[in-house]
Design a protein around this ligand. Structure first.
Ligand code: ASP
Length: 301
């Protein structure tokens, strides 16, 4: 359900498998390890990259993936999520890839399915402000592709960290794998107590970092008290601020980017920017995650 609770060998297993899948994609030799398996994507909150990438990953492994459309389903007639999930499972779904606006929703649904004797693996594709585990995995993977390893490297995460499930999962994953994480942002967006250094001064916070990961202001989750105008944010915390991105640092963003706010067109076209690599890397990473969910012989550490 999350990166929290996965130890370094478990993360390594997924990442190594993803690296192998990427090589197989390159050479056109992907084995259809999930041929004949039936996965359902249950996205109850908007998504472009994550949904597309899970669907591509499932198809590359030979699985059938059906997209459940919440807006035209009986959820809109008041059917509960548990009843909906049981219906999908009764129809043959062997795994649910789930996104939900509420933190803990996949765990809650899993508990209901276990209680009613209908459990199937649920892959968390982002739950509220809690976790976005596959985004963290693909971010680590992207860093490994560029830097060789994340161990001992410094990653500054900058922006609306308090409301970001990406920041939470990535901070845990990088910490588990021995990287140094910094949280950088205005007072309304960052807080102490998460076990990593916090910087309100962005230039100080990104100084010497090997990578800077920018985050969108999560307006859909921002209360009035935490509101910071885009113009003020851009002047201080965006990639276009002179001297904010160290010369050799990798530039990351999970997307969607609000162009001109966190990153401008020039920064997005900078050779150090790996935003589209992150999207591409989501496929081999999610292939590994789907195999972990569905294959009995997955060697868990
Ligand atoms: N796509 C990421 C997420 O679903 C980041 C974002 O929406 O800003 O959390």
């Amino acid at each position: 359900m999350g990166i929290e609770g996965l130890n370094a060998p478990s993360l390594r297993l997924i990442l190594d498998r993803a690296h192998a899948h990427a090589d197989d994609i390159q050479t056109g030799s992907v084995e259809p390890t999930l041929a004949g398996r039936f996965i359902c994507s249950l996205f109850l909150e908007d998504s472009t990259r994550t949904r597309l990438s899970f669907e591509t990953a499932a198809r590359r492994l030979g699985a059938e993936i059906i997209r459940f459309d919440a807006s035209t389903s009986s959820l809109s007639k008041g059917e509960s999520l548990l009843d909906t999930a049981q219906t999908l499972i009764a129809g043959g779904a062997e795994c649910l890839v789930m996104r939900h606006a509420s933190s803990g929703a996949p765990a809650h649904l899993n508990a209901g399915l276990v209680r009613t004797g209908h459990a199937v693996p649920i892959v968390n594709a982002g739950d509220g402000m809690h976790e976005h585990p596959t985004q963290a995995l693909l971010d680590v993977y992207t860093l490994e592709r560029r830097l060789g390893t994340v161990e001992g490297k410094t990653v500054a995460i900058i922006g609306d960290i308090n409301r970001s499930r990406v920041a939470r999962s990535l901070t845990i994953a990088l910490g588990t794998l021995g990287a140094h994480v910094r949280h950088v942002g205005p007072r309304a967006f960052v807080r102490e107590g998460l076990g990593v250094p916090v910087f309100n001064d962005p230039i100080e916070g990104t100084r010497g970092a090997d990578a800077v990961c920018f985050l969108r202001i999560q307006t859909e989750r921002t209360g009035r008290a935490a509101y910071l105008p885009n113009t003020a944010f851009r002047a201080l915390y965006s990639g276009s601020r002179e001297g904010l991105i160290p010369e050799n640092a990798i530039i990351m963003h999970p997307g969607p980017v609000n162009r001109g706010v966190e990153l401008d067109a020039k920064t997005l076209e900078d050779p150090r920017c790996v935003v589209l690599d992150q999207v591409a890397n989501g496929v081999p990473v999610r292939m590994a995650v789907l195999e972990r969910a569905l294959l009995d012989e997955w060697g868990e550490a």
